[in-house]
Design a protein around this ligand. Structure first.
Ligand code: 3H9
Length: 701
């Protein structure tokens, strides 16, 4: 047929096999191969056709790298029409994950069978897209409107057994020899005279959809959309499936898919998809770098962070021992873990039995002697370099040779911590984000002496516990927290210049940030930043700097935990409320400091808050702290809730144009001084050349 699609008649069943590693994406050659195979099957003496895949998975979707390029024939809908119109039953045989266009191929088949470990799904929404080859029209026809809406707007894959219950697949096959089982299934269907079932022939009774269902869905999705338009368009397509005949519904789906493919949101989300996978690759690490076995982990420190990290390992079946200084602290730490799991069980997201099996994997001790058999230790005590050094010296004696010693520090010098041991090559940073069992980001911090296999193992175990890993070099705050400095500083400066807290936060939330920086400060506790600032000696001596944060803390307004900070909080509902007292306090402070207040546009709020981030990002690239601009984007999207629909700060900067960013930074420098606004040399260079971070990254390869 073609290099990647073969066709053979076996025992009177035509078997189409797709072999396009790594994930059998529907590249042009695959589409062409399937089309030709289906056409051939119409002419030969096969009685039915099985469509299956080689390798680790059934087709995992359209080839995302083809989006944005000129389309090549045959387009996917043409292939699906050929399958649907086949005079012989076509049966999709699914293993791995049938996703996106891959699942849409299966839905165009007359029957679908799968092995028990398979999953099916339409994850296009995660790429700012909608299923563009009939998924929005066929899924509601078999699974119902509500289930279709949930599945397509969440993008979550559905396991085989549940998919069968939903009507999405017909049969879950026993065993692992899918081809043989699928051929046997095809023969059974033929023997029982099973008809050529076409999902398109099902019509949905509009009376089964509650009045106002679609409007309500649009409103609900808009709340969590954060700058994304795809969820809204998905609702429109499913509405079309109810209200229009199949071909008109497909036409509507096609139009909206084209709109989304061309949208900046989807371009940004596709960038993040590839950026996430790129980040896992460390340029100077040889492919054959060995990996150390991690069969048991220890966590030093049973606070919120340590507990969350312990849960990450227990969740994937790795035993964890938690070390605390005394029984009381240990019991408190283990108690937090029990409580967290308990909440998940209460929400119905985990069974009691699962919780028990995870808890059984977590033990506790106050004795470093119990660390003799662990393969990885993660230290998660509070941020004090001397304490950390002391702990690492103890770990050096307590742990077996070859154990990896990691610190979860957010700011401290990993090299100094490594130097406290006799084996600095076994030491690195594994910086989790809070809550550690929920947040996807893991910064893996490579010290000057970290061994290659230690780094490779940390990246691998990070992925195994479900994290998106990004490597960072050693510097104050690593990639994420280092860049955050100017963002928080400007949010507060804007208050003195004339904004209310609500104006600052709303502008950033409208952009798509999950929460504005001032509300975030209130949530984290304003006293945390206050104490951290007191310990720093490198800050400019400027009374305007973090003025409002300081004044509020000194008034006892520490944020949500004291009921007030930049905002006040309703004691019952915890709703964030504007506080006129804070607004007059800001005016008074500005007056005292001689700052002239003015009207500030939303555009300036975004520039003042984001451009320092971007500028610091450029410095981080120059210094080699991050490998690539896209790694920085991944850090911000997964660690700081930067909207994926904007692609991360460096991608966003490229969209704005580096010349525009640079010129604005120079303007702010002239207005506010070099202490805060000093353009990074790399930014200046790229801006002057009319280049972008993406172009710069391409040249680094
Ligand atoms: C779609 O289908 C639109 C249609 O509705 C309409 C069309 C008209 N294309 O993730 P991994 C690469 S939209 C191109 O590390 P895993 C990936 O970049 C699509 N490349 O493996 C990586 O490359 P590299 C809807 C793809 O085992 C390598 O494969 N489908 C694609 O952890 C391995 O990937 C999706 O959104 C692709 N579609 O996870 C599914 N997929 O090695 C997207 C992967 O050079 N894919 N690559 O870095 C996934 O979710 C995961 O890759 C999957 C495997 C679960 C399949």
């Amino acid at each position: 047929m073609s290099e990647v699609v073969s066709y053979e008649v076996k025992d009177s069943i035509g078997v189409i096999s797709v072999n396009n590693p790594p994930v059998n994406a529907l590249a042009q050659v695959v589409r062409e191969g399937i089309l030709k195979a289906v056409q051939t099957a119409q002419q030969d003496d096969s009685e039915a056709v099985v469509l299956r895949c080689e390798g680790r998975t059934f087709i995992a979707g359209a080839d995302i790298t083809e989006f944005g390029k000129p389309p090549k024939d045959p387009w996917l809908p043409e292939v699906l029409t050929a399958i649907e119109n086949s005079s012989k039953p076509v049966i999709a045989a699914i293993h791995g994950t049938a996703l996106g266009g891959g699942f849409e191929v299966a839905l165009a088949c007359h029957y679908r069978c799968a092995i028990a470990s398979a999953k099916v799904g339409l994850p296009e929404v995660n790429l700012g897209l909608l299923p563009g080859a009939g998924g929005t029209q066929r899924v509601p026809r078999v699974a119902g409107v509500k289930a279709a809406l949930d599945m397509i707007t969440s993008g979550k894959p559905v396991p085989a057994a549940k998919a069968r219950d939903m009507g999405l697949i017909d049969e879950v096959l026993a065993g692992e020899d899918l081809e043989a089982a699928a051929i046997a299934y095809a023969k059974d269907l033929l023997a029982s005279g099973a008809p050529l079932k076409r999902i398109r022939d099902i019509s949905i009774d509009p009376a089964t959809v509650e009045p106002g269902f679609f409007d309500e869905a649009r409103k609900r999705l808009a709340k969590r959309a954060r700058g994304q338009i795809a969820p809204d368009r998905i609702v429109s397509c499913i509405q079309a499936a109810v209200e229009l005949p199949m071909d008109e519904g497909l036409q509507r789906e096609r139009e909206l898919f084209q709109e989304l493919v061309a949208s900046p949101e989807s371009a940004a989300m596709r960038h993040i998809f590839f950026a996430e996978r790129q980040a896992a690759k460390i340029r100077d690490l040889p492919r054959e770098t060995p990996i150390r076995d991690i069969n048991k982990v220890a966590i030093i420190g049973g606070g919120t962070m340590g507990g969350g990290i312990a849960m990450c390992f227990a969740n994937v079946g790795i035993p964890v021992i938690m070390i605390e200084i005394n029984d009381e602290a240990l019991e408190r730490g283990l108690g937090i873990i029990r409580k967290n799991y308990g909440i998940t069980v209460k929400k119905g997201k985990m069974s009691e039995q699962h919780m028990q099996s995870r808890l059984e994997l977590i033990s506790g001790s106050t004795d470093y002697g119990d660390l003799a058999d662990v393969d990885l230790v993660i230290e998660a005590v509070f941020e004090n370099l001397d304490l950390k050094k002391e702990i690492f010296a103890k770990l050096d004696t307590a742990c077996k040779p070859g154990a990896i010693l990691a610190t979860n520090t957010s700011y401290q010098d990993v090299n100094a911590i490594a130097a406290a041991t006799s084996r600095p090559d076994d030491v690195l940073g594994m910086h989790f984000f809070s809550p550690a069992n929920v947040m996807k980001l893991l910064e893996v911090v490579r010290g000057d002496k970290t061994a290659d296999d230690v780094l490779a193992t940390a990246m691998k175990i990070g992925k195994a516990i479900g994290k998106v890993c990004v490597m960072s070099g050693v510097c104050y705050g690593f990639i994420g927290n280092r860049m955050l400095g100017g963002y928080g500083r400007e949010a507060q400066m804007l208050l003195l210049d004339g904004c209310t807290p609500r104006q600052v936060d709303s502008a950033l939330e409208k952009f798509g940030m999950a929460m504005g920086p001032l509300a975030m400060g209130d949530l984290a506790g304003l006293d945390v930043g206050y104490k951290a600032r007191q310990a720093r000696t490198d800050l400019p001596d400027d009374p305007r700097l973090y003025r409002m944060g300081t004044v509020l803390v000194e008034m006892g307004r520490h944020g949500q935990k004291t009921g007030s900070g930049f905002y006040k909080y309703d004691p019952e509902t915890r709703a964030r409320l504007d506080d006129p007292e804070v607004e007059s306090l800001i005016r008074k402070q500005a007056e005292d400091l001689g700052v002239e207040q003015r009207e500030i546009s939303e555009e300036e709020i975004l520039q003042r808050c984001f451009y320092p981030l971007i500028n610091e990002g450029a410095l981080i690239l120059e210094e080699g702290i991050a490998q690539r601009p896209s790694d920085i984007d991944v850090v911000y999207v997964y660690g700081y809730a930067f909207p994926a629909a904007k692609g991360g700060p460096m991608f966003y900067a490229d969209q704005v144009g580096l010349k525009n960013v640079y010129d604005k930074i120079c303007e702010f420098r002239d207005r506010y001084g070099e202490d805060y606004w000093k353009p990074a040399p790399l930014l200046k260079e790229l801006a002057e050349k009319g280049s972008s971070f993406a172009e710069w990254a391409a040249q680094q390869k």
